[in-house]
Design a protein around this ligand. Structure first.
Ligand SMILES: C[S@@+](CC[C@H](N)C(=O)[O-])C[C@H]1O[C@@H](n2cnc3c(N)ncnc32)[C@H](O)[C@@H]1O
Length: 225
């Protein structure tokens, strides 16, 4: 759920205040998870795949750690932005290749705010196929809040959002034409539904609620999978 939908939980006036604060101190809920990804990388670092690479920020960071990094995105504008962001990084490629056409042998697959754009079971099955044994899937996802716990995390995300904004972006932002917006969509599946399906396809998967209206999902492919 994004802030526009979530803030109404707190009534009209508090939600207006939250919106004002968030507009003054904006921050990326996706890029905020890059440090989490960078501290959970697998030991072997030959090939990394970033699915739904958007503007290529994560691809550029992974390029410092992996021999080859491939970003895929269905949106031509995002692919162009990624190529510009990674210009000069000769271990980076960007394409529109579908997950089902990506060859196997990856040591890392990342998805940040992308899984809810995909068919869940089909995407996770491809992740299992593409990763080499010992390879790791690091996913930052969005889910539709449903349970009491989900709503408690939503409320915590709403309340901490402006505080994190002030810390990460202390100066006041002035409206300026920004880059082209991402293709976005609201998540349809709940945390519990995603966890149930992921556990079937990726046995041993770990999922955690996080702030910033996100969850994290981690899976390391066992040698016998
Ligand atoms: C919310 S954006 C996130 C972008 C980026 N991962 C980030 O963290 O900034 C979702 C991205 O997924 C891409 N996308 C949607 N469906 C996709 C698909 N089937 N395969 C690859 N990318 C897809 C969109 O074009 C968009 O760039």
């Amino acid at each position: 759920m994004d802030l526009r939908h979530a803030a109404h939980l707190f009534g009209k006036h508090p939600s207006k205040l939250l919106h004002r604060l968030n507009a003054r101190h904006p921050w990326s809920h996706n890029d905020a998870f890059h440090p989490w990804i960078m501290t959970h990388l697998p030991t072997r670092r030959r090939r990394a795949l970033d699915v739904g690479c958007g503007r290529g920020e994560l691809v550029a960071r992974l390029a410092e750690q992996f021999e080859q990094v491939h970003g895929i995105d269905t949106d031509a504008g995002m692919r162009n932005a990624s190529r510009q962001r990674c210009a000069g990084l000769d271990n980076v490629t960007v394409s529109a290749t579908g997950l089902d056409a990506v060859s196997g042998g990856a040591d890392l697959i990342t998805m940040v705010a992308v899984l809810h754009h995909l068919d869940l079971a089909a995407a996770l099955t491809q992740v299992r196929r593409i990763l080499s044994p010992g390879g790791r899937f690091l996913c930052v996802g969005l889910a539709r809040p449903d349970s009491f716990t989900d709503h408690a995390w939503e409320a915590a995300s709403i309340l901490t959002n402006p505080l994190i904004g002030v810390v990460r972006h202390p100066w006041v932002a002035h409206p300026a034409p920004g880059p082209a917006p991402f293709p976005v969509r609201d998540p349809q599946l709940t945390f519990a539904e995603i966890r149930a399906r992921a556990s079937d396809i990726l046995p041993g998967v770990r999922m955690r609620h996080q702030l910033a209206f996100r969850f994290t999902l981690t899976w390391t492919k066992p040698d016998d999978a």
